[in-house]
Design a protein around this ligand. Structure first.
Ligand code: NAD
Length: 356
């Protein structure tokens, strides 16, 4: 098949990890006989520097035309002054809104070989395999913002339609997995959460009677995620709760650097990115873990291009590389040699099917 990908390396470690993701994408495409074109575009802080805009119109137009978008990470101290009027994050929020990607899928699977890399006890982690579905274009991050000398306000709004569509995405995913959906809210305090719970329950009753639904309050969920993570299958939640809980959940797998994500809308086009940020503390050192980005490439192949076998080939290559002992510094055991970002990419590439 022929496909075209818009690539936004972004800031900090973004370009470093994206380079390894692209090497795996090209290798998988070649070995399965696909032609995948790439356009690299400015985005985030680097685009503020070059264009005065974190999402220049040429970047947005190219993303709108592409079959999928691969993103590294954006942000950093250079663009984070409290009085800054243009911020990299504005570009990310606008990109998601313009592409209509409202469902952020974040799988968390604990690889047996990495059980020791986690801060949690092995017996808690065995068999953990869950997926977060985070609502991405509504809630408090997109509500009206106000500020005066003595106060600040962020408005949180959800519509019935927004809750219905994200519930359906999560429920369909649960139907392809273990038929269990956990909806997380704060309905004992927030009106938006009461609406969330009501609408979610109605959609599930009417359209997905084969999926078991449970509601959990966000504070309890934060606790259960590290107490009994194995019990979760698909988790659906609103934007800010999802933002926070997915970072917590990524630590089950051992490192922020291991987790991929896909942001999807109603069509096939999606935005794929590792869940970590630009990691300014390690940027430029060549030691960032590229696995989250490489696994995001696998999600891109599966969800936007419909290439399941190719996606699996990359996922298997990552598992084999890690089983063989390949480790970047964030997941290495004390006393063992750590690989550079590039070497970790090499370790995965070496385990992809031979080129065609
Ligand atoms: P971060 O995710 O960048 O880093 C948190 C910690 O995890 C750091 O110690 C970092 O070194 C480590 N880490 C992250 N990714 C890693 C990887 N691939 N390999 C090894 N270690 C890794 O979060 P932060 O420090 O809070 O934020 C830094 C910047 O990134 C901020 O400007 C923030 O706004 C931005 N950010 C961007 C995104 C995005 O682009 N989607 C997401 C989160 C944060």
């Amino acid at each position: 098949m022929k496909a075209h990908i818009a690539v936004l390396g972004g800031d900090g470690i973004g370009p470093e990890v994206v380079a390894e993701g692209l090497r795996c994408l090209h290798a998988a495409a070649k070995s399965f006989g696909h032609e995948i074109g790439i356009t690299e575009l400015p985005f985030g802080g680097v685009a503020i520097d070059s264009h005065g805009d974190p999402l220049p119109s040429e970047t947005l137009q190219a993303c709108l035309k592409a079959d999928a978008v691969l993103l590294g990470a954006i942000g950093g101290p250079k663009w984070s002054a409290p009085d800054a009027t243009v911020r990299p994050e504005q570009g990310l929020l606008k990109l998601r809104k313009e592409l209509g990607v409202y469902a952020n899928l974040r799988p968390v699977k604990v690889l047996p070989a990495l059980v020791d890399a986690s801060t949690l006890k092995p017996q808690i982690l065995e068999g953990v395999d869950l997926v977060f579905v985070r609502e991405l274009t509504g809630g408090i991050y997109f509500g009206e913002k106000k500020r005066d000398a003595n106060s600040a306000t962020d408005v949180c709004t959800y519509t019935v339609a927004e809750i219905e569509r994200i519930t359906r995405v999560a429920a369909r995913l649960a139907q392809r997995r273990r038929h269990k959906l956990t909806s997380i809210d704060k309905s004992n305090v927030l009106e938006t959460s009461r609406l969330w719970r009501e609408v979610c329950a109605r959609v599930m009753r009417a359209e997905f009677p084969d999926v078991a639904l449970e509601h959990v309050l966000v504070d309890a969920a934060a606790m259960h995620l590290i107490r009994r993570p194995r019990d979760f299958d698909v988790i659906v939640t609103e934007n800010m709760f999802g933002d926070i809980l997915t970072d917590e959940a990524s630590m089950l797998a051992g490192s922020l650097g291991l987790s991929p994500s896909a942001s999807l809308g109603d069509g096939k086009r999606g935005v794929y990115e590792p869940i970590h940020g630009s990691a300014p503390d390690i940027a430029g050192k060549g030691i960032a873990n590229p696995v989250g980005t490489i696994l995001s490439v696998a999600m891109l192949l599966r969800h936007s291009l419909g290439l399941d076998a190719e996606a699996e080939a990359i996922e298997n290559a990552v598992t084999l590389a890690i089983e063989s002992g390949a480790r970047t510094p964030d997941i290495v055991a004390q006393g063992e040699r750590a690989l550079s970002t590039r070497e970790m990419g090499d370790a995965v590439l070496a385990r992809l099917p031979a080129r065609g």
